[in-house]
Write a protein that binds this ligand. Structure first.
Ligand code: CCH
Length: 290
């Protein structure tokens, strides 16, 4: 009887709001990084979606293929085991949610709770199989520049405008030597969503750091960093146009990021799988407390 009840359960928007709230509950932790799992949850959502190939429809968040060792072990995914293990605490409370829905909702929750824009999102992803795992090399390589970024993001169906807008997520979090080899945060407030990444790229003086690690740039204070792929956004004329727009207009950045990040999270998910014809706007914890 109990099993029948469990399989007949059709979660409502309220049930997903409960999952959102449970993710929000585990974001903050003073013993982890800058005090929040938010940034690494955003990265998990992005890496589970950014494998999409519009040419054959493979990849994307639908099957949550980073669960399988062949994809989990891709160099770009180093450190995301931490995020997957942490968000598993929520999966245990809501075992009915698919991993693709959980991980993408994790990114949505993190952005919204860290003062970012609302990210339209809807559930419907299903768990796939190891055979659905994507080949290595579909995510961007930080040592490379404009041509490479275009190859990777055009394959997902994005354009130059989207590349720049999505890159603004680097306002959040940091690089870890034991994950990517790079080191340090991009902004002074790595757990608050801002347009600071663009402001710093445009207006700070960036020089190559002299150290024994991979090539990266540093600011005058030697506390902030940029990857070669970040710096490419101000070296390329087309990209730089948008960097300037976002450095000057935070509202425009928030609106465009919301649109493109929402699209990113839906890449490769067949429309018929979505439980609703339009994405939902989930409430922040702050909205629910007032
Ligand atoms: Fe990123 N990113 N990212 N990134 N990223 C890294 C960390 C974060 C690239 C490389 C890196 C996006 C685009 C790119 C986040 C979100 C996004 C790191 C450090 C590298 C390297 C990993 C480590 O050491 O832990 C490259 C190249 C690109 C090219 O476009 C996009 C798009 C998004 C989201 C929309 C976030 C957030 C982090 C911080 C993670 C953390 O653990 O703090």
């Amino acid at each position: 009887q109990a099993i029948k009840a469990a399989t007949n359960f059709t979660p409502s928007k309220d049930d997903y709001q409960k999952v959102y709230n449970a993710i929000a509950d585990i974001l903050e932790d003073n013993d982890y990084d800058d005090g929040s799992y938010g940034p690494v949850f955003v990265r998990l959502a992005w890496h589970s979606s950014g494998t999409y190939d519009k040419n054959d429809g493979t990849g994307g968040s639908n099957y949550a293929t980073m669960r399988f060792p062949s994809e989990a072990q891709h160099g770009a995914n180093a450190g995301l085991d931490v995020a997957r293990a942490k968000i598993e605490e929520v999966k245990e409370k809501f075992p009915w949610i698919s991993y693709g829905d959980l991980w993408t909702l994790g990114g949505v929750c993190a952005i919204q709770e860290m003062a970012g824009p609302k990210i339209p999102w809807r559930p419907g992803r299903i768990d796939g199989f190891a055979k659905d795992a994507t080949p290595d090399g579909r995510l961007p390589d930080a040592t490379k520049v404009a041509d490479h970024l275009r190859t990777i993001f055009y394959r997902m169906g994005f354009d130059d405008h989207a590349i720049v807008a999505l890159s603004g997520a680097h306002a959040l979090g940091r690089c870890h030597r034991d994950r990517s080899g790079f080191d340090g945060p991009w902004t002074f407030s790595p757990t608050t969503f801002t347009n600071d990444y663009f402001e710093l790229l445009m207006n700070d003086k960036w020089t190559w750091r002299k150290w024994d690690g991979p090539k990266q740039l540093q600011d005058k204070t030697k506390t902030l960093m940029m990857l070669p792929s970040d710096f490419a956004l101000v070296q390329d004329k087309e990209f730089k146009k948008w960097v300037k727009v976002y450095a000057e207009d935070s509202n425009k950045f928030f609106a465009d990021f919301s649109k493109y990040f929402s699209e990113l999270l839906e890449l490769g998910v067949p429309r018929a799988q979505f439980v609703s014809s339009e994405p939902w706007i989930m409430k922040t914890t702050e909205e629910q407390s007032s």
